[in-house]
Design a protein around this ligand. Structure first.
Ligand code: DP6
Length: 329
């Protein structure tokens, strides 16, 4: 029997205002809203074919058949879609990224955004962008922000249908770059899903969450006005606040390595001397250095010379998740 294959592509994103901690873990309803930029140069491509002959889902990641926790997460996500579509059949899922997961770039955002788009199409669900963002959020919170194009804001809400992301500015609005200084290429020790669970154990988390709306306002207007100095101040503060929560959780999570701090110190020094650069770190030791178009080549060169930096990846703002292909098997 011929199966139709649906293929989608999505980009990972870097958060300027971070998501850390859920008010409802099962639904991934975040404690606070967040803002991010999609990364054009990096992407995940995923194809899905529903197959009535399969007795279980099959998941291949970068050419390797997966079992265990990554398979379970994909399988649970497909169950949500099967329920919505009232279609019990299993699916063959093949996914690959053009960046190694060992590069320490969060791949769950692009992975679940691409899977949401390809699987919804394969199961015949006709979802709009908001509905796809809600669906992707159920797989990985940050994936909700990889559905819309460019700079996106994900809203915190008590309701399932109120928590989705939408574009606040398209990629061409402001050509910023994310230069990622890699200091470690191995996988992270505490994954974000486990980290979110610990956020509430830090006495700093309530203060971080209560003050998030004002940082969201500042970040949104810095993007709208293309005000780099204001953006730099707010993203560095927000990253430091999230890492302060991580470090003061029980048990504490320390994602920074000595090299991470060294890079952060260099970045603030470069900015004092006129280079438009600012740092932000996700749940890992690699340092994302946000740069203006005029500063990014010089920033990339200088970052590459800092001791301990293994490689510097770079990307301008990217588009949203898209269905790129459908074909008969
Ligand atoms: C530090 O979206 O990876 O990168 O919902 O459990 O998949 P799950 O978590 P995830 O968390 C991302 C955390 C972060 C900050 C951010 O991207 O906003």
């Amino acid at each position: 029997m011929n199966q139709e294959i649906f293929t989608a592509r999505a980009h990972p994103n870097i958060a300027f205002i971070k998501y850390w901690g859920n008010r409802n873990s099962a639904f991934r309803l975040p404690e606070n809203g967040s803002i991010s930029m999609n990364l054009e140069s990096l992407h995940t491509t995923t194809s899905v074919a529903v197959d009535p002959n399969l007795r279980e889902d099959r998941f291949t990641l970068n050419g390797e058949i997966r079992s265990g926790s990554s398979f379970e997460r994909v399988h649970a996500f497909l169950d949500l879609i099967r329920n919505k579509a009232s279609n019990p059949y299993f699916a063959e899922v093949k996914s690959s990224s053009n960046f190694p997961s060992s590069a320490g770039i969060a791949s769950s955002a692009s992975a679940f955004a691409a899977l949401a788009v390809s699987a919804a199409a394969a199961y015949g669900l006709d979802l709009n962008e908001k509905e796809l963002s809600i669906l992707a959020r159920m797989g990985s919170g940050s994936a909700s922000r990889s559905i819309p194009t460019g700079y996106a804001e994900w809203y915190a809400s008590d309701s399932h249908t109120g928590s989705f992301a939408e574009t606040i500015a398209p990629p061409e609005h402001w050509k910023l770059w994310d230069c990622v200084a890699l200091v470690e290429k191995s996988g992270k020790k505490v994954g974000s899903t486990a980290g979110h669970m610990l956020a509430g154990t830090s006495i700093l988390q309530p203060a971080r969450v209560a003050s998030a709306p004002s940082r969201l306002d500042l970040c949104r207007s810095a993007i709208k006005n293309r005000d780099f100095q204001k953006l730099a101040d707010i993203i560095e503060l927000d990253s430091n606040l999230m890492h302060a929560v991580m470090m003061t959780s029980h048990p504490p999570i320390m994602y920074w390595q000595p090299e991470s701090l060294l890079i952060m110190k260099h970045v603030t020094e470069y900015r004092k001397n006129g280079l438009e650069v600012a740092y932000t770190l996700d749940a890992g030791p690699n340092v994302h250095v946000i740069c203006t178009n005029k500063s990014h080549l010089e920033a990339k060169r200088r970052l590459g010379e800092i001791p301990g930096v293994l490689e510097v990846l770079s990307s301008p703002p990217g588009g949203g998740a898209e269905l790129i292909h459908s074909s008969q098997n």
